[in-house]
Design a protein around this ligand. Structure first.
Ligand code: PGA
Length: 288
C-alpha cells in the first residue's frame, strides 16, 4: 500500500510540475525592447499599452510604480480619461512600494505621490487602490496581507516598473533574492542619494527603510512593462536587457519573464549592443 501511495504521490508532483511549466511557458516570447525618440514618445507608448489592456479588460489589476519616469505615462492616462476614452471605475491597482515611516499624507509618501500624479485626476474607485502602508504596526504580517490582497484580486495583470540607477525594480536593491516576496528592506546609499532630490536635497530626511513587493511577486504579474529614460539609465538598462541574470541587478530577473516589455528613450538605449535588432524586431513584430 505504501509503495502505491508513493507512486501516486510522485505522479501527482510530476503532473503539477508539468502543469506549472506549461502555464509558465504559455505565450513565452522575446523580451520586447521598444526604443522611442524621447521621453514623450516613451510615455505615449507605455500609456497606449495600459489603455489597450484596460479596454480589453475593464477590471484590469494594474501594478503601478512611482518615481519621475512614469509621470509622463500617467499624464497620458489622465488625458485619455478626461477625454472619455478611458474608464478606471473597475480598475484595481497595487503599488510596488512605500517608504517606511512616512504617513499617507506626507508629501513625499508614495501614497501622496500616486494621488497627486494620477488617482486624483481619474475616475478610479478609492476602494480599489492599494499602496503599501509605511506605518504598519507589524510589518511581517502586513506584507503577507498585501500579498494575499494581490492574490484575492486574481493576481496582477500588468505591472508598470521603473529601474533604479543600481538596477533595482521596486525597492529590490542589489543582492535581493530573485525569489523575494513583499518585505521590509533597507535602501542602499545610492538610492538614498538618487531620491534626496525629492526631500529638498536633504539626505538625512530620506527614509532608510521601505516596504516593497519582492522580485518574485513582480515576476508573477502576467505582463511587466518597464520604462526608462535618460543617460543615467543607460547602464542599468544595458545590464537589464543584455547582462547576466543576477541578484546584483534585480531588474535582470525580467529576462526570465514570459511577457516583459521594456520601453526606453534613445539616451537610455545608448549602451545597448543590439539596438538595430530591437528596432527591426519592433518594426517587424507579428500582427497575427
Ligand atoms: P526614477 O526612479 O523614475 O525617479 O528614476 C526609478 C526607480 O528608482 O525605480
Amino acid at each position: 500500500v505504501l509503495k502505491t501511495l508513493k507512486i501516486e504521490f510522485v505522479t501527482l508532483i510530476m503532473n503539477h510540475a508539468l502543469h506549472s511549466t506549461k502555464k509558465y511557458l504559455k505565450g513565452v516570447r522575446l523580451m520586447q525592447v521598444i526604443i522611442k525618440e524621447n521621453y514623450d514618445e516613451m510615455s505615449k507608448e507605455a500609456a497606449q499599452i495600459i489603455k489597450d489592456a484596460i479596454h480589453l479588460k475593464p477590471n484590469l489589476v494594474l501594478g503601478l510604480a512611482t518615481g519621475s519616469t512614469p509621470i509622463g505615462t500617467y499624464k497620458e492616462l489622465i488625458r485619455s480619461c478626461k477625454e472619455g476614452d478611458l474608464d478606471f471605475s473597475k480598475v484595481v491597482t497595487f503599488n510596488l512600494d512605500e517608504y517606511v515611516g512616512l504617513p499617507q499624507k506626507h508629501d513625499q509618501s508614495y501614497h501622496y505621490f500616486m494621488h497627486d500624479k494620477l488617482f486624483n485626476h481619474i475616475n478610479i474607485n478609492e476602494a480599489n487602490v492599494h499602496v503599501p502602508s509605511g506605518i504598519a504596526k507589524d510589518f511581517a504580517q502586513y506584507c503577507q496581507w498585501y500579498e494575499d490582497e494581490i492574490d484575492k484580486a486574481g493576481g496582477i495583470d500588468l505591472q508598470v516598473l521603473g529601474i533604479g540607477s543600481d538596477g533595482h525594480i521596486g525597492f529590490n536593491e542589489p543582492g535581493t533574492s530573485l525569489a523575494s516576496r513583499t518585505s521590509l528592506v533597507t535602501l542602499t546609499e545610492e538610492t538614498i542619494e538618487d531620491n534626496k532630490r525629492f526631500f529638498a536635497g536633504d539626505e538625512a530626511a530620506v527614509p532608510r527603510f521601505a516596504i516593497t513587493m519582492g522580485v518574485g511577486t513582480i515576476m508573477e504579474a502576467k505582463c511587466c512593462l518597464l520604462v526608462a529614460n535618460s543617460e543615467k539609465k543607460a547602464d542599468p538598462v544595458s545590464m537589464l536587457v543584455e547582462g547576466p541574470i543576477t541578484s546584483q541587478i534585480t531588474a535582470s530577473a525580467l529576462q526570465m519573464h514570459p511577457n516583459a516589455i521594456v520601453i526606453v528613450d534613445e539616451s537610455a538605449a545608448s549602451k545597448l549592443k543590439r539596438v538595430d535588432y530591437y528596432k527591426w524586431a519592433y518594426e517587424n513584430r507579428p500582427t497575427f
